[in-house]
Design a binder for this molecule. Structure first.
Ligand code: NAP
Length: 309
């Protein structure tokens, strides 16, 4: 049986590393399970221009490496492993990781959210063969080719703008003519000579041949009219869903799976806290996730003082 930890942090985005930094500096010797792909969504982001303190901006992966280094310097122990499940039925809680059992008095969940796919006909066959949810990861494969981006939020604008580095043409497809994207990012895409924006269009079906993606069948969301567009790459940027499956309904979530905060950052289970995109349906920014990670770390520290130590 392993030693009982004060705090186990699950997930390694800005929320997780900030919680780790605070708990490490409070000498709680926190243990983090960072996942196989540590760093979270920001590992897939090119430039972060809206995190205070970086006047020139900073690359997503670079920022995550720096956050990790900073927390490790104060004693955060990080394992790049995925948590399979937790057991909250008794105290200390149990955390199961690749066949091993760990115990902890408190847990901070910072598992974030993952990309949603469209689910259009032919999509699963072309995933990774032309259809992607990450321009930063896959954009360079489409040098001198035509690509499409689906979505009307900041992610879609960011992906479309980023893809102009490689592609000859980027067509942004959105199902309405109202955009959730911030004005600055929308304008950047709108005014880019390589980007064309098609509104009131939905992908109905993906087209492909033996070499990969060749295009898509689009449906007009107002008239129902069907048309075709050719492209060799497609990027889906229609939002994210929270990563909470491993909780197996032990912690209260909303209908979409986002963890519900009950008492500041504490969840429906006393001693279990949550921070970042796994909770946040409203702001979903690196800076707000980091702030919430700090709050969860302080809440966990006070809860340990009041209930355990
Ligand atoms: P989002 O703001 O929720 O936008 C999702 C977009 O996808 C919406 O335009 C939505 O259309 C569309 N959509 C959803 N389901 C669809 C479907 N089945 N078929 C077609 N279209 C669909 O998501 P996001 O762009 O990923 O942004 C999430 C958060 O991260 C936001 O707070 C954003 O500001 C932030 N973010 C910031 C940056 C940055 O500042 N650098 C970059 C990326 C993201 P409807 O509008 O019609 O629902």
């Amino acid at each position: 049986m392993s030693e009982v930890r004060n705090v186990i942090i699950i997930g390694s985005g800005p929320a997780g590393y900030t919680a780790g930094l605070y708990n490490a500096r409070a000498l709680l010797k926190p243990l983090m399970f960072a996942g196989y792909m540590s760093g979270g969504q920001l590992m897939l982001t090119s430039d972060i221009e809206n995190f205070p303190g970086y006047p020139e901006g900073i690359g997503g992966p670079e920022m995550m490496m720096q956050l990790r280094e900073q927390a490790e310097r104060f004693g955060l122990e990080v394992h790049d492993k995925n948590v399979e499940r937790i057991d909250t039925s008794s105290s200390p809680f149990k955390v199961y990781v690749e066949g091993e059992e760990f115990q902890s008095h408190a847990i901070i969940i910072c598992t974030g959210a993952e990309a949603i796919w469209l689910g259009a006909e032919g999509e699963s066959e072309q995933k990774g063969r032309g259809i992607s949810t990450c321009a930063t990861c896959d954009g360079a494969f489409f040098r001198d080719q035509e690509v499409i981006v689906v979505g009307g939020g900041d992610s879609a604008m960011e992906e479309a703008t980023f893809l102009t580095r490689f592609a000859t043409k980027v067509t942004l497809i959105h199902r309405r003519d109202v955009f959730r994207a911030s004005k600055v990012m929308y304008d950047r895409a709108l005014n880019h000579p390589k980007i064309e924006i098609l509104t009131f269009k939905q992908v109905k079906k993906w087209l492909s041949d033996e070499n990969g993606l060749t295009g898509a069948v689009l449906e007009d969301t107002q008239s129902g009219e069907v048309s075709e567009i050719s492209c060799s790459g497609a990027f889906i940027a229609i939002g994210h869903k929270p990563i909470t499956g491993f909780l197996e309904d032990q912690i209260e979530t909303d209908d979409s799976g986002y963890i519900l905060a009950k008492d500041f950052t504490m969840t429906s289970v006393p001693g279990i806290f949550a921070a970042g995109d796994v909770v946040d349906t409203r702001y979903r920014q690196a800076i707000t996730a980091a702030g919430m990670g700090c709050q969860a770390a302080i809440d966990a520290e006070r809860w340990l003082e009041d209930n355990i130590h």
